[in-house]
Design a protein around this ligand. Structure first.
Ligand code: SAH
Ligand code: SF4
Ligand code: F3S
Length: 448
């Protein structure tokens, strides 16, 4: 039995949240932090100091899962020395098939195991976990997500979820199983949250959803993603940047492209996951578009928003992918010339259709393919960046560079990272930078 309120005064209670996975998890962790701060906890940076430790997990690939287990292995000792501490396993991995059993067998010291949609139940779960004497589980995929507290980390960049969950069931992907069906937030809630952020001096809002382009389809009122973007764009004159992710090609409309082009504040960066360049594999992936459909969107984006940047996600080694399929992906990458690509080796996930397939690609073949693909894309990255040499870019400053103490780092509207020398702290400010040097992953410049 562990009564938190008796052991420590409110001001002394400490928490730490370790976040794995995507921005959705980062955003969920901000809600958990919001609750904890509201209860009087304060954040600490290392595990030993924490009275409550939450590990917000990801299940997208095996590697993400393994990272969590190795962390849990290390925590076993800590919990032994500090039995009053509460350790919670939160997020997508908790909801993944077979995990609850694994926790019961191998990691009994964990106090709370809960999926991402239990956020609204967090206070009561925490209370239970503190007194149950055994692991408390909440793996209910249903959960109300409006009006939750949020503790944001930066004072100038904010994540704003516009929808939760996913209905697409791409055959390789675990997200629909661990986050449940797609639910759009009400537009007035998103609007009010954004207004509040602007009032508090925020400079960038990133709208989050697994498929932002299907926003509104489940709502009673008639509203689509383009309408939402336009309404948010009109909230501010020119001191706000609006970003969004992720876009699914099958729902990406010309109306959205035109809205971006016409908007003052909507950044000209589109992350449009291709996944594969082979129609046969796209069909097996259940992506519901083909390469020609994808290419037409690219042409439209480049015609209507000529100064835009386009990035993508690609999976290599999906079951049954042969040399011809892979060549088609390479050909598509060469044709589209993405500004950047996140490339992944296919990782079978329990419970998904693709994991059941017998024609899995050999690990060494997958590795060979990703090396070839990365080599090609790195060259294209550099060539694309080359065109910015000598140009002047508006950058939102994010803080000191992590690798050079004399430099600051910011991002262009097109989401390119720019480092520049600076002695004054300009974090959260828009400034113009003249690009002097280009690299594969970033640009170097001077204040103009
Ligand atoms: N909802 C977004 C992204 C979801 S996950 C979308 O639909 O685009 C981010 C990326 O991880 C995906 O785009 C995909 O490229 C990759 N991914 C998902 N499942 C994977 C798996 N089982 N193995 C390898 N990569 C995977
Ligand atoms: Fe996964 Fe596909 Fe949904 Fe993206 S759209 S989260 S890849 S199922
Ligand atoms: Fe994100 Fe990983 Fe969950 S990518 S949605 S945290 S499975």
């Amino acid at each position: 039995m562990y009564d938190l309120s008796m052991e420590k005064s409110k001001a002394e209670r400490k928490y730490l949240i370790l976040t794995y996975g995507c921005q959705m998890n980062v955003s969920d962790s901000e809600v958990l932090a919001g609750y904890l701060e509201g209860m009087g906890y304060s954040a600490v940076k290392n595990e030993e100091e924490a009275d409550i430790l939450i590990i917000n997990t990801c299940a997208i690939r095996k590697k993400a899962e393994e990272k969590v287990y190795s962390r849990l292995g290390m925590l076993r000792e800590l919990k032994k020395n500090k039995p009053g501490m509460i350790i919670a396993l939160w997020g997508c991995l908790a909801q993944h098939e077979g995990i609850a059993r694994k926790i019961k067998e191998r990691f009994k010291f964990i106090d709370l195991v809960s999926g991402p949609n239990a956020l609204e139940r967090f206070p009561e779960l925490l209370e239970k976990a503190g007194s149950a004497g055994k692991t408390v589980f909440d793996l209910n995929l249903l959960g109300e997500r409006e009006s939750l507290p949020v503790k944001r980390n930066d004072g100038f960049k904010a994540w704003v979820p516009i929808s939760h969950g996913c209905n697409n069931f791409c055959s390789y992907c675990v997200v629909p199983y661990v986050r449940g069906p797609e639910i759009s937030r009400l537009p007035e809630k998103i609007l009010n949250e954004t207004k509040e952020l602007i009032k508090n001096g925020f400079k960038e809002v990133t709208l989050l959803g697994q498929n932002v382009n299907s926003y509104g389809k489940d709502l009673k009122q008639k509203i689509d993603f383009a309408d939402l973007l336009r309404t948010l764009d009109q909230l501010d004159n020119n001191s706000l940047r609006i970003r969004f992710m992720t876009s699914h090609p099958k729902d990406f409309s010309e109306k959205v492209i035109r809205t971006i082009a016409e908007g003052k504040n909507i950044c000209e960066h589109i992350h449009l996951p291709l996944q594969s360049g082979s129609d046969r594999i796209l069909k097996e992936m259940n992506r519901r578009y083909n390469r020609e459909f994808y290419w037409k969107i690219i042409e439209k984006i480049r015609t209507i928003i000529p100064n835009s940047s386009i990035t993508t996600d690609i999976i290599v080694g999906f079951p049954g992918e042969d040399e011809e399929d892979f060549a088609l992906t390479m050909e598509m990458v060469e044709r589209v010339r993405f500004d950047a690509a996140f490339t992944f080796i296919y990782s079978p996930r329990k419970g998904t259709k693709a994991a059941e397939k017998r024609n899995q690609v050999l690990p060494e073949v997958k590795r060979e393919r990703i090396i070839k693909l990365n080599k090609k894309q790195n060259r294209i990255n550099l060539e694309k960046n080359q065109s910015l040499l000598g140009s002047i870019q508006e950058v939102l400053v994010e803080g000191k560079s992590k690798t050079d103490i004399n430099m600051y780092t910011g991002r262009t509207r097109t989401n390119k990272i720019v480092h520049f020398p600076c002695t004054e702290n300009l974090t959260g400010k828009f400034i113009n930078i003249k690009i002097k040097e280009i690299r594969t992953w970033n640009l170097i410049g001077i204040i103009d």
